[in-house]
Design a protein. Structure first.
Length: 662
């Protein structure tokens, strides 16, 4: 017992009072009319008290005393007490015995009953026994009520209640917003909420394969941005997954709005008949030597997959490669007013001998400063030294020189300023996991010039969507995110883990992007650094916790309140498909001055029936070229090879011209 001595005495008094009440009840009933001097008179006087007679009243009085005892007692707590066996069953049985004894009242006065003692027959004994046992058992059950531990220990095993929080339920739909419905748990029920994303502040979506980042975030974003008249460039790593969504909604927009004058183009190196032709080295894009240098830097970085932080000789040779490549780009952009300024001509030119290349380049005086590191080697015909400086670059670029790439990049059908109000365009860059290395290096040149064109004032709203970002290198993507808001450029990037991101981009670039990105959404993640970063981004919140200490003398329950992680790493790692956590950048002013979190923790709640209907209506992406002649013969290989040989021949004529003059 945990009571003090005084409390123990009071408890003992009330306990004895209950039994005394039962004794008086039986005495008044059995001996109130007996011819026993003094006792009979005393019992008759007690019988006038309403809580002692009739017997039914006495039973209720006993119950009242039992309740008082149960309230006042403080027994030792029992964490494993069985409420049914220890409380409910004893109380029910005790009450049944107490009130069941009333059935013997009439029989207690029978003359033919068996007497166990003078004035005390067997029925009176049964009544007394049932009354005492009933009170005793009921008292035991009631006493166990105080042993119940009134705590939540073990009930919220995964801390669901304390880690749940109120989230945004308001749909804020603007001309530029992305609005995704979801469900979140709060206040013991599921609530409907909205993820309201300002795409101009940059969005990054993280999640392991199968976490639902493409289906739950990227696909809805494509649907809504096309509906809201955005010009888009979509890097479709698993073509045609995203391409079909974009094309379906493009056609839907065309059908409903007759004045919708956007163009739709696919760049596809695997199926060139389904590809538009594009020239990222158009002379208009390379008006200065600085732009040629930037393009060269983007290409070299793409070939190096971001080029990790290196120094010393490695950095020297990298810069030498950039200078050499930028000289080649600048030369072609200037030669004959850019007539041969295409990526295939550049690749073919790079495959010529060092002597032919430098004989050609040194004819342009503007390029001498860039070529200064090669001058002495060239003058001394030290081609081994040149091989060491730029040999690796030539090897990498030679892998890009295929008849398919020569076909796609030798035409000029797409204006890369996709946000131009005169020629708004939606572009899909179709990639494939099997050819991603070559595809991504070539697409990087397209993205480099495209971003340069759209990241300026006075354009239509535009967006860059890159699922599986680490598979393609986007040069200076961090600068784009930093300036995109003022130029109305939405950036949506999908990736699996932060270390994977840092592996293919420079660590400094990855750190900068994760620091300045406005909207962060994540499905399930596994990497420790990713989880730690997300955990810190979401912050902490005050949470209540209980602790319990039990010993022989007392039970102590303490309640604590402390700052703990709003969304712990373990919960992020355990997210199921379609479940998302995140934090979005707020736009509206908080007039109440009360802090409200913009964190998200719930399950994406898309209209699955509508999506299923949409998927059934998808059609194949357009075919732009037919390589079949009138007889039905497939001349694709013949046409592509003819184009390939033509470009190589044109480059050969260029170098021959300068070789003769040298």
């Amino acid at each position: 017992m945990q009571e003090s001595k005084e409390q123990q005495k009071i408890y003992d008094f009330f306990q004895k009072a209950v039994y005394m009440l039962v004794l008086m009840e039986c005495g008044i009933l059995f001996f109130g009319g007996a011819q026993i001097p003094i006792l009979a008179k005393l019992l008759k006087s007690l019988g006038k008290m309403p809580f002692l007679f009739p017997p039914l009243h006495a039973k209720f009085a006993e119950i009242v005393l039992i309740i008082l005892i149960a309230i006042g007692t403080k027994p030792k707590k029992n964490q494993n007490i069985d409420i049914t066996k220890s409380i409910i069953v004893p109380i029910i049985c005790g009450l049944l015995m107490m009130f069941g004894s009333l059935m013997f009242i009439d029989d207690t006065f029978r003359k033919d009953a068996i007497f166990l003692a003078p004035h005390f027959n067997i029925y009176q004994a049964a009544y007394t026994l049932l009354s005492f046992l009933g009170v005793l058992i009921t008292l035991l059950g009631a006493d166990n009520i105080g042993k119940i531990m009134k705590h939540k220990l073990g009930k919220d095993r995964w801390n669901i209640e304390e880690e749940s929080f109120d989230q945004n339920k308001e749909l804020i739909n603007t001309d530029f917003s992305i609005n995704i419905p979801y469900l979140f748990y709060y206040n013991k029920r599921m609530n409907k909420g909205w993820i309201n994303i300002n795409p101009f502040k940059g969005t990054i979506v993280i999640g392991v394969p199968g976490s639902g980042k493409s289906f739950g975030i990227i696909a809805p974003a494509i649907r809504q941005l096309i509906r809201k008249n955005f010009c888009l460039c979509i890097y479709d790593y698993k073509h045609p997954d995203l391409g079909k969504i974009a094309y379906y909604h493009y056609r839907l927009k065309k059908q409903h709005e007759k004045d919708y004058n956007y163009d739709f183009a696919v760049i596809n190196l695997n199926e060139v008949e389904k590809s538009r032709r594009v020239n990222p080295l158009r002379k208009e894009y390379l008006s200065t030597l600085a732009e040629a240098q930037e393009m060269a830097e983007a290409m070299v970085s793409s070939l190096q997959k971001g080029g990790g932080s290196t120094g010393g000789s490695d950095q020297f040779f990298t810069q030498s490669a950039i200078n050499f490549l930028s000289s080649c780009i600048a030369f072609l952009a200037k030669y004959e007013n850019g007539k041969f300024s295409t990526l295939p001509h550049l690749l073919a030119f790079m495959n010529r001998s060092y002597e032919e290349i430098f004989n050609t380049l040194f004819t342009n005086i503007e390029l001498h400063s860039l070529l200064s590191t090669f001058k002495s080697a060239y003058d001394n015909k030290a081609f081994d030294q040149l091989e060491g400086q730029i040999g690796t670059l030539k090897i990498f670029l030679s892998r890009l020189a295929t008849k398919e790439s020569f076909w796609v990049f030798s035409g000029d059908e797409i204006n890369l300023k996709i946000s131009d109000s005169k020629h708004p365009t939606i572009i899909v860059l179709a990639s494939d996991p099997n050819t991603q290395d070559i595809n991504s290096a070539l697409y990087s040149t397209v993205l480099n010039r495209l971003l340069k064109q759209i990241n300026s004032k006075g354009n239509l709203p535009s967006g860059i969507i890159a699922d599986e970002l680490p598979t393609i290198y986007i040069h200076k993507i961090d600068n784009l995110i930093a300036t995109a808001r003022s130029n109305k450029v939405a950036v949506l990037l999908g990736l699996q883990e932060i270390p994977q991101f840092k592996q293919f981009y420079k660590k400094e670039v990855a750190d900068t992007i994760t620091a300045i990105i406005g909207n962060i959404l994540s499905g399930s993640a596994r990497d420790k650094s990713t989880l730690d970063w997300l955990e810190k981004v979401f912050g902490k919140v005050k949470q209540k916790s209980q602790s319990m200490s039990v010993n022989n003398n007392q039970t102590t329950i303490s309640i604590q309140e402390k700052m703990d992680n709003l969304i712990p790493a373990g919960k992020i790692a355990g997210l199921r498909t379609g479940e998302m956590v995140g934090i979005v950048a707020k736009d509206e002013q908080n007039e109440t001055q009360e802090y409200t979190t913009s964190a998200i923790h719930g399950k994406i709640n898309l209209d699955m029936e509508a999506i299923k209907t949409e998927e059934q209506n998808y059609i194949d992406l357009p075919v732009y070229y037919s390589f079949t002649d009138e007889s039905g013969n497939d001349n694709k290989n013949k046409i592509l090879m003819s184009n390939f040989l033509r470009i190589n021949r044109e480059v050969e004529l260029i170098v021959e011209e300068f070789s003769r003059s040298a």
